[in-house]
Every structure is written in C-alpha cells, then in structure tokens.
Design a protein around this ligand. Sequence first.
Ligand code: NAD
Length: 487
Amino acid sequence: MAHSKALLVLENFIAGKFVPCSSYIDSYNPSTGDVYCRVPDSGKEEVEAAVKAAKAAFPIWSSKSPLERSQILNKLADLIEHDLEAFAQAESKDQGKTITFARAVDIPRAVYNFRFFASSILHHTTECTEMATMGCVHYTSRAPVGVAGLISPWNLPLYLLTWKIAPAIACGNTVVAKPSEMTSVTAWMMCKLLEKAGVPHGVVNVVFGTGAKAGEALVCHPDVPLISFTGSTLTAQRIMEKSAPHCKRLSLELGGKNPAIIFDDADLSQCIPTTMRSSFANQGEICLCTSRVFVQRGIYRDFLKRFVAEAKKWKVGNPSDPTVDMGALISKEHLEKVRSYVKKAQAEGARVLCGEGTDSLVLPTGNQKGYFMLPTIIAEVKDESCCMQEEIFGPVTCVVAFDTEEEVIERANSVKYGLAATVWSSNVGRVHRVAQRLQSGLVWTNCWLVRDLNLPFGGMKASGIGREGAKDSYEFFTEVKTITIKH
Ligand code: NAD
C-alpha cells in the first residue's frame, strides 16, 4: 500500500541508522480511532540484521568502564528530559493516556530509569571470602551477558522499555529491543537521540513489529542469550516454550489481579482517592492496578457510597485536555474485551454501580470514534467469577465485603496471579501480619505505586519469574563467575 504523506512512518533503528522495512502495519490513535502512523512489520530478516549489529558492537561497549557508560546514560536522560513535552504528547497520542499522566509519570520515569542505572552501576560490589586453611581467596566477578532481547508492552511504552534498556546497557550488554506494535513512536523518537548522547552504533537497536513475527524471531535467535519480557502471562508461556531449546535466561514481568484490602480502621480520606487512582489511573491499564477491592463489612456501605461518588466525578475524554482524568483504551478490540467482562458480571447477577452501561458517556466531537469507557465499579461479585479471577486490564474494579483478617487473606490469595497488593489499616501489627501472608511480589500499605527502584520489582505465581531493580537487574544482566586464588 502507498504511504500517505500525512501519516507518520517509522523505521527500524539498526547499527546506528534508520532503515526502512519492506512492509508496514497500521497504528491507531486510540482517542480518535484514526490510523495515524505506520510501523515496520519486521520479521526474521530485520531481527537478524539487528542482532548482527548488536553482536558487532558488544566487544567495544562491554570493555568501556562503568563510568564511561554511566556518563552516556546520563547524557541520554538529559536529552529525553529536554524534549519531555514532545515525548509526552507523542505518548498520549499513541497510547490514549492523558497528557497529564504522560507528563507526570511516563516520560519523567523514562528519564529517571537512565539516571538511576547510570548511578547504580557505579556502586555494585562483588563477593570475596578467604579460606585460610586452604590458603585460598575466592571472589566473584561479573561480566555482561551479550546481546539482550528486550520486549515490552503498550501500557507504559517508553517507561517500561527504558526500564530494560537502561540496566542492560549500563551493565555492558548491547540490545535489540522490540516495543509493542501498538505503541512504537516514543521508542523511535528515543533512537533519534542516541548518537547525540554518545551511544555507539549497534549498542541499541530497535526493531518494530508484531509479537508473532518480530518478537518471536528475537526469542528464537540463537545469538540472543537473554530475554527480558514484560507483557501477558499467555505470551510469556509461548516465550518460555520458544526459548527452551536455547536455555535462555528469562526475566518475565507479567499480569496481575491485584487486591486492595481495606480494614475498618483505615483512614478513608486517604484510602478512597488512592483506591480511585489504583483502580483507574491510566485507564486501569497498569499491571499494578487494583481490580479486587475487599472492604471490611462495618465500613462496606459507607466506602462504596463514597467510592462511587468519586468515580462519577472523573472526567473521561480527549486525552490532550489537561482537565481530563481518564483517556482512551488502547484499541477497539481491547475496549470490547473489557466491556465483555462487565456484561458477564451482570449476567452472573452482580450490580454495576457506575460506569459502563449505567451512566452515559458524553464525548467531544473529535473523539466520538475513540475507545473510551467510564470508570466502572461492580459490587456483589462472586470470588469465582471471571471478573474476580482474570486480568481485565481496564477501568473496571470489583468491590466485595469481608469479615475477618484470616478470611480476607485467603480470598486475596485465591487467584493465579501474585503481583501487587494494597493494605489499608492504621494497625501497624496487622499490616505487617497481612503483608507477610499475601502471595504478592509487592505489598503497599496505606499507599500505592510508591517505588524505590533500588528494591526488587516483580511478581509471584503467574505474575512473573525473576525480579528487576538495582541489584536484581545487575544480577540478571550480568554473568557471575567465581574465581579462586591459591597463594
Ligand atoms: P502482550 O503479551 O500481548 O505483548 C507484550 C509484548 O510482547 C509486545 O511487544 C508484543 O508484540 C510481544 N509479543 C506478543 N507475542 C509474542 C511472541 N509470541 N513472542 C515474542 N513477543 C511477543 O501484552 P500486552 O497486551 O502488550 O500488555 C499487557 C500485559 O502486560 C498485561 O497482562 C499486563 O499486566 C502486562 N504488564 C505487566 C507488567 C509488569 O511489570 N508485571 C507491566 C506492564 C504490563
């Protein structure tokens, strides 16, 4: 198909150059429903070229000192920060998220990812033990692994991609990255800054395209010993199968079905606005979003009334309007999927208290074909319902009552996922007890989404394998060796 001049056309970034592709796929603006961008439909051939470039760049990059790499990462952070507004506008248009969220969260965090790993790479230590009886000293040394394959999803595009690129290259690896085919623009914009930042050609290569073609070619490539993947549990299963013949090192950050547990001594003035954000921020399209709210029976009615009242205040519409709280969902298909869960809940006898099918959504003229829905709260849902078991990944949250601590821990743990939980109580003993027993990689008490990048991030059960963070990413992106010296 001929490319219209009005459309943005992306190119792969291989060996420091933008390279056109022989075929392209359409990318939509979720807030208007229009195609506005064409993304390379890369496959084996493009991945092969990118891996070759990354392999060629590895000897030079891996032999640079941590300080030299750190300076380059910091420079890249400065350049992205300098263009923060352009990046935020692009992310909002490409993903459907509000410009406010892109300005405050996505792009600042992408900048910080580079600054953080630029700093942390300078401070790692290795281990050493002395074995006096044998006249030996043992120590460990760490070296980069080689070409890292990095695959990221569409919900926090540049934020999550840089959470992988930054530690990978800080440790001395070279990379082939594949962003989601639905949100490729900010990765392409970042490539334009690499040379100016001093990143040598071939250190960062970005191949655009679908998971089935480009993603799988990367996963199956014999010269890519390591894959860092963030996305759905289903795709992770496929990646594990496809990489098994090569025994690849995998880091898998996957889906969630995150509980918020609200005890009757919680400070509701803090809890309600935070649970609104934890349920509906970024259209509920954050792996850490709350989707099951357990409220202790004594405060259940009061909580529900106030929570629904807050949800009704949220403004849904044009993401570039700074007064809007919730933008568009990523795609038409995803919107239909999220809506179908609300219908299933209704069919099972649950009550939709606000949002989808209950309140009317009024959209600006230019956004009538966009993929919008209102924040939706469902009550009286059974724990076995698919709405309480499966990841919906949209602005839908279920609220149910509980009686005892013992009961709520069991119910919160009764899903296949284990990513993030939130506990609300003013009893410090109770929050410790509950946090210890929840099957969850992250537990926030009396807050949500407060992160220290030094500490491990990742999920239990079907929510992932491995952890990322200062020390964990360093360990994942390096190979350790134990050396023994006898005197
Ligand atoms: P997805 O699994 O469909 O896709 C993620 C990435 O994998 C995309 O780049 C896609 O093109 C690629 N991919 C798809 N099939 C592939 C294959 N066979 N081989 C290689 N790559 C393939 O996920 P999504 O819909 O883009 O993202 C939403 C999911 O991501 C949700 O489940 C969400 O919970 C999860 N997520 C998890 C975290 C976390 O840190 N745990 C963060 C954000 C999102």
